[in-house]
Design a protein. Structure first.
Ligand code: AMP
Length: 433
């Protein structure tokens, strides 16, 4: 995915590309379209996720689209307010507003405590559309009559959890009481404790939720995530994730050899260096694939369960289940490829409507539900009905299914024999050295 698909104005795209950003981060991909629609949003995102651009870009666009920009000094007419817990964050956010808004005729300033109030007052009197402020100093200005909120269209609370930790809740409540109804509200927080939820309930109307850092209750070092997606769009989603995050050294599991070959070819077409590794490959081919993977010239290894069992690959950062295994225990083997030796790993599973029963079986074995995240633009189409998975383990047909879908996960015609001795064991450690 690129920034062009998010519906942003050319002026903003230009500023973004000047920053050298090529693809939106997950919080940007998810939050930007929602904010552009004018919806309230609760965003779970920490510093470093690209959250600032995620709310700044659509905020600028909404201000540019609606209402009068700054032909007159428009004294006191603040149209967007960003509250932050600290002076440093206020300065950073306003810097981003300037950077991304450089081709739009919108003015901004920042106000925070601990410095002389007069230059801030002068800046406010000249007129700004966007104000980035810490709560205490904002109240001071309000009480001095330096600003009013009658035209406010957008309110953003950045790092709301920190604001509450720092004891700003009373100021925030006072400020909220001064704001006009009918505005758009965005709440950004890295954590969602009781107080934040309370604030969210009183502040947000029918909010959308975006959470790019879902907290996993498991103590395991493997972060597991189910990504619901249509069977025909799995390959597209996988390429998107590998490029966008970006992901290096990914071990991808398919159920069949044919599926592994097919997927690997398609990833190559998407410009992702990849290799299939399974029992039909010769030993020298397998060793070469592993060495290239270790050296980084191959990013993705696509493997079947049996082939992967023969590989002693340690400490992989990412395992992706392109298809869920028929045998729930295989899921545990697969994800055990990551999160070893004290390093964190993640296991993503692309799950389509056909695989709900397989997912249930895995969750039953794990004795917990796995967290699910729908990736924007890959929302499953609810009209697509479940179909039987054609070939299962050991080449047994599980029922007819018309026509394979390229990249769809079930286009296989043959399944690898399930003998753990079908391959020689090959040792390597891609992260090593
Ligand atoms: P933030 O989480 O907003 O503090 O942003 C963290 C860092 O990521 C900042 O230095 C941004 O300049 C940078 N950044 C934001 N969006 C992107 C993007 N789409 N691609 C690359 N870097 C980005």
């Amino acid at each position: 995915m690129s920034f062009d698909t998010l519906g942003l104005l050319p002026e903003l795209l230009r500023a973004v590309s000047e920053q050298g950003y090529e693809v939106p981060t997950p919080v940007q991909a998810q939050a930007i379209p929602i904010i552009l629609q004018g919806r309230d949003l609760m965003a779970g995102a920490q510093t470093g996720t690209g959250k600032t651009a995620a709310f700044t870009l659509p905020m600028l666009q909404r201000l540019a689209h609606h209402g009068n920009t700054s032909s007159s000094p428009a004294r006191h007419a603040i149209r967007a307010l960003v509250l932050t817990p600290t002076r440093e964050l206020a300065m950073q956010v306003e810097e981003s507003v300037r950077t991304y808004g450089k081709y739009l005729p919108l003015r901004s300033t920042t106000i925070f405590g601990g410095v002389n109030i007069n230059p801030q007052t002068a800046a406010l009197r000249k007129g700004v559309e966007i104000l980035v402020a810490t709560p205490g100093r904002l109240m001071d200005h309000y009480q001095q009559g330096n600003l009013h909120f009658g035209n406010l269209e957008i309110l953003i609370l950045d790092e709301a959890d920190r604001m509450l930790d720092m004891g700003f809740i009373r100021d925030i409540k006072k400020i909220l009481a001064l704001l006009p109804p009918g505005r758009q509200n965005i709440l950004c927080s890295a954590t969602f404790g009781g107080e934040i939820r309370e604030l969210a309930t009183s502040l947000l109307h029918n909010p959308a939720n975006v959470d790019v850092a879902p907290r996993n209750t498991a103590t395991s070092l493997v972060k597991q995530m189910i990504l619901p997606v249509d069977r025909g769009r799995k390959r597209e989603l996988l390429s998107y994730l590998i490029k966008m995050r970006p992901m290096e050294q990914v071990l991808v599991f398919t159920r069949t050899k044919h599926g592994a070959n097919h997927l690997s070819d398609q990833l190559e077409k998407d410009g992702i260096k990849s290799m299939a590794i399974h029992g039909n490959k010769s030993q020298p081919q397998r060793i070469k694939a592993l060495e290239d993977f270790k050296a980084g010239s191959i990013k993705v290894l696509v493997a079947t369960d049996i082939a992967a069992r023969g590989l002693d690959i340690d400490q992989l950062p990412h395992v992706v289940n392109f298809e869920l295994p028929h045998v729930p225990e295989d899921y545990i083997h697969r994800i055990g490829r990551t999160g070893r030796a004290g390093t964190e790993g993640e296991a993503l599973s692309l799950v389509c409507v056909d695989e709900q029963k397989l997912l249930k079986d895995i969750e039953k074995l794990l004795k917990k539900d796995l967290p699910k995240q729908v990736i924007p633009n890959f929302e499953p189409d609810p009209s697509i009905k479940a179909e039987p998975i054609v070939m299962g383990r050991g080449g047994q047909s599980r029922g007819p299914r018309p026509g394979g879908r390229p990249g769809g996960g079930h286009s296989s015609t043959r399944t690898e024999r399930s003998s753990p001795h079908s391959q020689p064991r090959t040792r390597t450690s891609p992260r090593g050295k």
